[in-house]
Every structure is written in C-alpha cells, then in structure tokens.
Ligand binder design. Sequence first.
Ligand code: URA
Length: 259
Amino acid sequence: KMRLDKYLCEAGLGTRSQVKKLLKSGVVAVNGRTVLRPEQKLSETDRVEVSGKEISVSEFEYWMLNKPDGYVSATEDRTFPTVLELLPEGARGDLFPVGRLDRDTEGLLLLTNDGKLAHFLLSPRRHVDKVYYARIRGEITEAHVKAFEEGLDIGDEKRTLPAVLEILPKSREKDAGASEWESRESEDCTPEAEPEIRVTLREGRYHQVKRMFEAVGCRVMYLKRLSMGSLRLDETLAPGEARPLTEEEVKVLKEETGC
Ligand code: URA
C-alpha cells in the first residue's frame, strides 16, 4: 500500500510539497471521492483522478544520466553523493544504476527499476558493446591497437575479449559529427601529452578500461562513456543532467538484448 502523496509524485505530478498543495486544493479524488489527506493509503485497485482525469503510475522508469565526476554509481553511500541524487524529485524511489561507472568516470549511465532489462544489459552472455572516450597519458600507437584487438592480460583469470581501440585525430578541429570526442584541456597537461582515444568493449569488468591501459604501460586521465548498445549519450545533457529515455530508445534496447 502506497501513500497518496507518494503515488502522485511518482505519477509525475510534482514534488512532495507541490503534491500536498494539489491535495489541499481538492482536485484529487480516489474512487470518485475527494481526498485531502496526503497520508491516505492506496490499494492496487483504487482509481485516482486529478481534476477528473485518471492518472496512473507506470511500473517501469528509464532515465539517461550524464554522470559527472564525483558521484558513485550506487543507491547509497556513506561518503560520497550517489547518482540517484541527480535525478529530479518526481522520479521513482526504486531506481538503481545499471552497472557502475567509477566515481571519476563521466558520461552515459542508465537508471531504471526494470530489473529484467538491467540483467539482460549486464549479462556477459547477452552483452552489448560499450563505447568510451578517454584521454591517456603515454603514447598510443598501432601496436596498442593490435594488443587491444588480441585481448589483454589484466590480471584476471581470463584475458579480455578483443576490444576496438581507435586513436582520435590530434587536430583541435574535430570531424563533423564527432562532437562526442569532446576535448577538455586540463590545466597541467597539454592535449599533445594526452592522446584521445575511443575504445569499444564487449564486456564490463571492474575498472576495465583503466586496467587495459595500465597493462600496456599507460594511464587513463579522463574517461567518459558514450554509448551502451544502441543507446547513445544525449550530448545536450550537461554533466549532472538526466532525462527519461524515449519510448523508442527503450524499445530498441529491449529488442537488442532480447528482453
Ligand atoms: N572502465 C573503467 O576503468 N572505469 C569505468 O568507469 C568504466 C569502464
């Protein structure tokens, strides 16, 4: 049984305090009767109307977050803020991140309460490609491209699966349509000292990108996820911003994972 105010929040009618005002104004009815009390409990079969219009809470929500540096991919943490704190107040309370990005990694993170889709996206058997942009300390050559292609020993029982490493052009003028290869010049490093790369992984081991570069004697200085399967980071989202996935994005993700 859920409280009426919580239900209205989850249906996207506003924050807890906005919903309280809505209730006070007498426009909310449960089974045809006006209800003013936010704490009223609802059962599965209750019909909720706002200004005569029936509302419902969708069972599943899917959010795309452009994760910023400094947030942990968890639902709670004692020390650091979590990615859940970046979602708008109206978002459901049972969302969780699908997989993890390191605290200092930015970019695409999916949050949902759809356990089945999360499982399908993370399952090694059904895996989807994950593409990352990175800036590296150390020289990156064709030999590295080959080493990534062959799979690397990163200290796990098994070598990594083949990964596609692309060295991005040094030019500050990027190719058209390559805006995701964003460059951020850090204060103490010239761009020349930090080659830019794109890497496509077929699996998602702990710290995998960083460990793959360590295995070839380099260091990841900045890491950002650009895509997960067909789902690409919406570059109009500033770091820390989130938006719900479109119906089409959800449909395609489900199709490609077989969910
Ligand atoms: N690989 C890493 O090393 N870190 C991430 O956050 C994601 C992939």
